[in-house]
Each structure stands twice: as C-alpha cells, then as structure tokens.
Design a protein around this ligand. Structure first.
Ligand SMILES: Nc1ncnc2c1ncn2[C@@H]1O[C@H](COP(=O)(O)OP(=O)(O)OP(=O)(O)O)[C@@H](O)[C@H]1O
Ligand SMILES: [Mg+2]
Length: 229
C-alpha cells in the first residue's frame, strides 16, 4: 500500500468547466481545467484577456461553482455544499484580492480589514486589534482611520490584501494584484505576497507581467478556457 505523506493539497480542480448563460447563449469561459494547488504553493496564472483567468480564480476561491467537473477546496467537494457552507469554507480557507480592490468606500481601512471577522462572529475589540495588526503587517499602521478615497492605489491594494489575510487563510488568491500599481509599489506588494508565502500561505496570482510570473514556483498559461500544456 502506498502511503502519501505531506499536507493534503489545498485545492484540486479536475476537468472543471464553467459556462455563462448570456441571452440564451452559452459562453464557455472554462472548458476543462485540471489543477492542483498544494499547501504553501506559489503559482502564477498568465494568459490573454478573456482566456478565463478570473473565471478560474473565482472557482478556486469558492466564489462560484463549476458547470461541470470536480472541485475540491480544503478536501471538500463544492458541489455538495450549500451557499452558506460555501461562504463558510471561503471565510475559513481563502483570502481573495480583487483587481479593483472592492473596498467599502465610506469605511475606514481598519473596518474594511475587520469585515471578514464580523462574519465569523469575532468580538469588536479583537476585530479592531487584529485589523490594526494586519494593517501594520502591510505597512499601513499609520493609515488605520483613512477611507479608501484618502489613500493611494497601492495603499488601497495593501488594505485589500490585509482584508484577505485577517482571517489567517491557507490560500491567498490575487487577481492582478500589481496591475494598477506603479512598478515600485507593485514590487513592494509582490514582496509582501512572497513573505506570506514564505510563512506557508499558498499564493495563486494572475498577472500580465512576465517578470512577476517568473518569480512564482510555477506558471500556468491559459488560452481559450484551457491550460496550455
Ligand atoms: N458574467 C459573464 N457572462 C458572460 N460571459 C462572461 C462573464 N464573465 C466572463 N465572461 C466571458 O468569459 C470569458 C473569460 O472571462 P474572464 O473574465 O475569466 O477572462 P480573463 O482571462 O480574466 O480576462 P482579463 O485578462 O481581461 O481579466 C470571456 O470571454 C468573457 O467575455
Ligand atoms: Mg480577469
């Protein structure tokens, strides 16, 4: 009998497809993708616009479900989960950084970062402490009470990363985390992601930047809804 050692993979996608229904027409965004993200992995996803990268990221992040194929996140088959169970799995396992930040506009950096802890039922005092600590970790300890429109793009991106990390996820998914940033700010965001990866967080990022992709442990190239072998 074979004994498999080491930690279980964080995410396993097997033949995953996703089509969008648009005006009665089925748009195949992903056409059968198989991918394993191991614990502590560092993966870059590249590919032309419209190749299905964000669609795949939403699936890996339990924000969406495949139309067909099997997707295991933290060992759980998402097809068997209710929407509430999906939300819980996401909150416990995944940090998601969106390209366009998705911060609440009228809310301070600290309260934006604390939000995922509200869904967990963490008490207010602990929420505030953990949010402040995570903002300090991303170099924003001096911006706790700033709202998004009072921060630079790079600062907002770091708030979004702090929010993704405040729950202590085992997987961080980042869709173009450096896309809107100048090269110096982008480099500091990348260093941050790499220091998290060194701490054992699996990182999957989408990028159009070949130099960014080259720093990952492995690269996945997508084209027309498939992984290019
Ligand atoms: N909600 C939707 N309804 C219909 N079609 C969609 C929807 N979202 C995405 N698509 C289509 O699915 C395909 C893949 O989209 P996706 O957003 O995954 O691409 P992407 O690789 O992330 O592109 P980009 O680099 O521009 O962000 C595209 O052809 C897109 O037009
Ligand atoms: Mg995209």
């Amino acid at each position: 009998m074979t004994t498999i050692t080491g930690p279980a993979p964080a995410i396993v996608a097997a033949g995953v497809a996703r089509s969008y229904e648009l005006d009665g027409v089925s748009v195949p965004a992903l056409r059968g993708v198989s991918l394993t993200v191991s614990a502590g992995d560092y993966v870059a996803i590249v590919g032309t616009s419209g190749s299905g990268k964000s669609t795949l990221m939403h699936l890996l992040g339990a924000l969406d479900r495949p139309t067909s194929g099997q997707l295991l996140i933290g060992g759980r088959d998402v097809a068997t989960l209710s929407p509430a169970e999906m939300a819980r799995l996401r909150n416990e396992t995944i940090g998601f950084v969106f390209q366009s930040f998705h911060l609440l506009a009228r809310t301070t950096a600290r309260d934006n970062v604390a939000l995922p802890l509200v869904y967990r039922g963490t008490g207010r005092r602990e929420r505030r402490e953990r949010a402040a600590a995570m903002l300090a970790r991303v170099g924003l300890g001096h911006r706790l009470d700033h709202r998004p429109n009072q921060m630079s793009g790079g600062e907002q991106q770091r708030v979004a990363i702090a929010r993704a990390l405040v729950t202590g996820p085992s997987v961080l998914l980042a869709d173009e985390p450096t896309g809107n940033l100048d090269s110096a700010t982008g480099a500091s965001v990348l260093e941050l992601l790499e220091s998290l990866n060194a701490d054992g967080v699996a990182v999957v990022l989408v990028t159009h930047d070949r130099d960014v992709a080259a720093r990952a442990r492995r690269q996945i190239v997508m084209k027309d809804g498939l992984i290019v072998p």
